[in-house]
Design a binder for this molecule. Structure first.
Ligand code: DC
Length: 224
């Protein structure tokens, strides 16, 4: 009998806490973890490095197919692009915004699909992104849509970036976050939406432990 690995899809806008929550939940469940945003970020980074235009569909799709991308099992994982760890480089706002641009293109999304599907292995997968529950793992038995107000998300991002030594200001970040939200929500291909059946969690006023508890409570009654 073939057992289909279960998937917990966690989608939402940037800064909603998806990354932290998804990693913690994957660890608690002992499941694999897919950071699909890191795949789009890696492609955007590789494109910038190669001097490609971020709307050059066919070159971007070719690059997506040839880039060799490996996430290591370290905590946090290394993101190895053609043998070089780019985990720090892809964490910037510039790369995040570039990722949001290349992610609008249908050919790019198609080229990156197989890579994402390959993460679905036993005992299960927690998949973090924008279209995990609506497109990539549409048949996922567990779906969550995690959100928070733009201001709260910008404040969280500000703290993360300042901790890393980046020089940023709150008002600029709010504008960037709202722009990125619009681009991710309004695009024709796999826009950011709450998938049918996804449990909505607004993390604006919740401590992270409570968000993790609520996400776990989506899965636990079924897993026992
Ligand atoms: O989650 P993130 O901020 O690392 O994602 C960076 C960008 O990549 C995001 O603004 C849109 C794109 N993305 C996407 O289109 N689909 C996904 N499943 C994940 C990310």
């Amino acid at each position: 009998m073939t057992v289909i690995p279960p998937v917990l899809a966690i989608d939402g806008p940037s800064g909603s806490g998806k990354g932290t929550v998804s990693r913690a939940v994957a660890k608690a469940l002992g499941w694999h973890f897919l950071d699909s945003g890191a795949i789009y970020r890696s492609l955007a980074f590789a494109a910038i490095q190669s001097g490609l235009n971020l709307d050059d569909e066919s070159s971007l799709a070719d690059l997506a197919l040839v880039m060799e991308l490996v996430f290591t099992a370290d905590d946090p994982p290394k993101v190895m692009l053609n043998g070089v760890n780019i985990a720090d480089e892809i964490g910037t706002e510039t790369v995040g915004n570039a990722a949001s641009c290349v992610a609008q293109l249908k050919v790019v999304r198609q080229a990156l699909l197989k890579k994402q599907l390959s993460f679905r292995v036993l005992p299960g997968l927690v998949a973090d992104g924008r279209d995990m529950g609506s497109v990539v793992f549409q048949d996922a038995p567990f779906k969550v849509f995690l959100t928070a107000s733009a201001e709260v998300r910008a404040k969280r991002r500000l703290k993360q970036l300042k901790d890393k030594g980046h020089d940023v200001n709150l008002s600029g970040l709010i504008v960037e976050i709202e722009q990125r939200d619009r681009r991710d929500r309004d695009r024709a291909e796999s826009p950011l939406v709450r998938a049918e059946g996804a449990v909505l969690i607004d993390s604006s006023d919740l401590p992270i432990d409570e968000v993790i508890r609520r996400v776990m409570s989506v899965v636990e009654p079924v897993l026992g």
